[in-house]
Design a protein. Structure first.
Length: 263
């Protein structure tokens, strides 16, 4: 029995290593992008409806006026939890998917930028400290996802070899519980990562304009300029979006690792 448990544990560790090259796919599956196959698409529809009902319940609770009462505290907590989810119309089937989508569709949109197209460009402009923070948070998310898959696979596969071991029937249950804990950790890390995405746009959206050699807008022009930039990033030609190659630029150029060179 001991040798079997050790072998299963070793297999779980090996699976975690093998998942590294497929990290993006491993995360996307847990996010709930299951529309490719009819069966999983139907499951996704059911789970999305459950997520929508949870969203509606939180919205009703969040509508209560905060006060120094138990009901008020429930309403305040509902507001906090609702802020971590995307709008009802774009919900995904899983909590992890909704935690990441919340940042993907709101971080840059608050300023007129399309997050999914502008994120790879603005990420290159972040400060070294922000780059490090993003890297640590993303590594935590990826590690939690890998652990979730490893524990899940180990728990399911251990049912067969341990069926004749009455004293070890607790092992699959423990592995499945560990997978649930790892998944919860991935959701928490995803919420933190989405929050950092918003901070990046708060602090570095003008660095993006600087890097693209566009003029800095006034407050009144900001949304229009960023919407034009978003159009250019998807290949549309915007005649009104002028270049600005002159003047002293005070920003810093950062590479993908967050290293900065003062200009």
């Amino acid at each position: 029995m001991v040798s079997t448990l050790l072998m299963l544990t070793a297999c779980a560790s090996l699976l975690a290593l093998l998942l590294r090259p497929f990290q993006v796919r491993a995360v996307r599956v847990l996010e709930g992008y299951w529309d490719r196959w009819p069966t999983t698409a139907r499951v996704a529809g059911v789970l999305t409806e459950i997520q929508r009902r949870k969203w509606e319940a939180l919205r009703r609770q969040a509508g209560k006026v905060p006060a120094d009462t138990a009901e008020g505290r429930v309403g305040a907590d509902a507001q906090r939890r609702l802020a971590l989810r995307p709008p009802a119309g774009v919900l995904l089937p899983t909590a992890l998917g909704n935690a990441l989508r919340s940042g993907e569709i709101s971080a840059g949109e608050r300023y007129g930028l399309t997050t999914l197209t502008s994120w790879p460009r603005i990420f290159m402009q972040v400060s070294p400290r922000m780059s490090q923070t993003l890297g640590v948070t993303r590594d935590g998310l990826d590690a939690a996802v890998n652990l979730c898959w490893s524990f899940l696979a180990t728990g399911l596969l251990s049912v067969v070899p341990l069926r004749d071991e009455p004293g070890a029937r607790w092992f699959p249950a423990v592995m499945l519980a560990a997978a649930a804990v790892a998944y919860k950790g991935a959701v928490i890390a995803a919420q933190a990562y989405s929050g950092l995405m918003r901070v990046v746009y708060d602090l570095h959206r003008f660095d993006l304009l600087d890097a693209l050699h566009h003029r800095l807008p006034t407050k009144e022009e900001e949304r229009e300029v960023f919407e034009q930039v978003s159009d250019t990033l998807v290949g549309e030609w915007v005649a009104d979006l002028a270049y600005d190659h002159h003047g002293v630029r005070n920003s810093h150029v950062h590479d993908a690792d967050g290293a900065a060179d003062a200009q």
